[in-house]
Structure formats: C-alpha cells, structure tokens
Write a new protein. Sequence first.
Length: 189
Amino acid sequence: MNLLERKKSLRTELKRRRASVSEDKRKKMSQQIFTFLHEIDEFNQATSLFCYISYQSEVDTHQLINSILRKGLDLAVPKILGPTEMIAVPLLDLADLKPDKMGILTPLSKQIASGPYDVVITPGLGFTMMGERLGYGRGYYDKWFASNQVGLKIGIAFELQVVEELPIEKTDIALDMLVTEKRILDFRC
Ligand SMILES: Nc1ncnc2c1ncn2[C@@H]1O[C@H](COP(=O)(O)OP(=O)(O)OP(=O)(O)O)[C@@H](O)[C@H]1O
Ligand SMILES: [Mg+2]
C-alpha cells in the first residue's frame, strides 16, 4: 500500500472506531475534554480562538463554543468554500449557524476573520503521541495552518483515536497539544 492508500484505509478504520461509541459515552468524554482544556494556561488566557463545529461522532464542541461566546472572546469557526479551501469566519452567536451542503453547521457569512489566533481547536480522525494528525483527507487544516498565525494548535480527540504511528507527508502540520478524555499531551517540550 502506498502512503495515500494507507491514509485512506486508516481513515475508514478510525471513522468506524469513533462511530462505534454510544452518543451518551461520547457526550461524557467530550465533557471531560472540555474540563481538561481548562487546565491549560494558554487556553485560559486566550482572547482569540478558532474552533471547529462538531459533526456526527466528533468530540462535541457545542459546550465549548457556548462557553467561549459567553466569555465575550473573539471566536472564528471554519467554513468550507470548495474542495481545497477552508476559511475562518467570525461567530458571534450559535443561532447564526446553518447546516451546509454536508449538513455541517456553518455561518452563512463569508467574511474572513483576520486572526491571529491564540488557540486553535483542531478536529481529526487519528493522532499520534508525537502530535501528528490524520484529518479527513482534503488538507483543509494543513493549508489553513500554513497561511494563518496560530499560537497553540490543540487537537481534541477520544483516546481511541490515538494510534502508534501515522503515514505522514511533508505538508502535514503537527499539533502542539492533544487533549483526550484521559490525558493532556504537550508536544512542545
Ligand atoms: N500547504 C499545502 N499546500 C498544498 N497542498 C497541500 C498542503 N497541505 C496539504 N496539501 C495536500 O492536500 C491533500 C490532502 O492532505 P491530507 O491527506 O494531509 O489531508 P488531511 O490532513 O487528512 O485533511 P484535513 O486537514 O482536511 O482534515 C494532500 O494531497 C496534500 O498534499
Ligand atoms: Mg494532513
């Protein structure tokens, strides 16, 4: 299997693994991840954040988004514009989100947030204990990280998404931290 095929087959396996967890258990694990995030100084001190809006079996970010908005912090969320482009759009209210073509809640606005971001909460399918990440296969986050100023890239995932190793390309951008329901990993030291 070449690298792209290995990525593809791992994505299938990891999607299946994540979807096999009950919704109730995913809610509880997401709650623990939310609690752990608040043990990170840079997260607590952040005034400008970017956070993905959870979809299906991903770590739930609705509570996190609500909490960021209630604190009056600057928040931007992803909006997919095409097969290769993701932009960050400012979000002021959860009510501004509507399902996009894929059913993912997205702001209607196409206004591009200016950044920079103190913290980015990053989704993914697989993660290693070195900070490597396997996403959904469009390179949206790799490209976005390459052209945006970000203080701290935090991945959030369930422990079952942590794997020994991942097939990695030159364009894959590693994370600074990973938070699961079991632990907080810091790859910077
Ligand atoms: N900065 C970049 N410039 C050009 N192409 C890129 C860049 N980053 C990634 N790509 C390309 O995008 C494609 C998909 O990348 P990859 O398989 O790493 O996706 P992913 O990280 O799993 O997805 P996502 O970030 O959307 O969750 C690859 O062909 C990769 O070479
Ligand atoms: Mg990648």
